[in-house]
Design a protein around this ligand. Structure first.
Ligand code: PNS
Length: 172
């Protein structure tokens, strides 16, 4: 019997370090298809993390504070377990270019193996953001480049604060 996806909730998972306009565009597209979108922030505090998972949760929640169709949560452990927790069976991922394909394909198949009822749906970003990645935003911001238009305002503010602090440490 085919699995019927009756649940209108989709989870959009990622590291989102930081959340940028390409991510915003994927959430907007997902909202055209699903009634509710849960942005799931992976609770990973790697060596190279710019913002802590708590900061990312705060920033992204601030961006969606007036949107009752978007819920922002963080998760640790397996993504498929997080889907169970929120009552979803759809994973939304953005696919920018062929270079994303192998990684995304492996993840989608692994998630299907772990939870056969889970389906991954790939959405494409706006053409003008296909080059955009969190890694590039981190690099440009760290080197003093202008990230206006590349990240939502709450992210820009936090980036400015972070790097202002780094270049002008408080004097005693
Ligand atoms: O934005 P990213 O960093 O490419 O997102 C990767 C993410 C969070 C989707 C992926 O790392 C993930 O799902 N991690 C949770 C652990 C897990 O479920 N692993 C097995 C499935 S591949």
């Amino acid at each position: 019997m085919p699995v019927v996806h009756t649940q209108p909730i989709a989870v959009y998972p990622g590291s989102f370090d930081p959340f940028h306009v390409g991510h915003v565009a994927i959430v907007e597209r997902a909202k055209e298809i699903f009634a509710r979108v849960v942005v799931g922030i992976l609770d990973n505090t790697g060596k190279e993390a710019l913002f802590s998972p708590e900061e990312r949760l705060e920033i992204i929640s601030e961006h969606y504070r007036r949107d009752d169709r978007v819920e922002v949560r963080s998760f640790s452990g397996l993504l498929v377990n997080f889907l169970d927790e929120v009552g979803a069976s759809i994973i939304v991922r953005g696919m920018r270019a062929v270079s994303d394909f192998e990684y995304e394909f492996q993840m989608a198949l692994m998630n299907r193996r772990l939870a056969p009822h889970v389906e991954t749906v790939f959405l494409t970003p706006k053409e003008e953001f296909t080059y955009l990645s969190s890694r590039l935003v981190r690099e440009v911001a760290a080197l003093g480049g202008d990230v206006t238009g590349l990240v939502p305002d709450p992210v820009k503010l936090r980036l400015e604060r972070r790097y202002r602090k780094a270049t002008h440490p408080p004097t005693r």
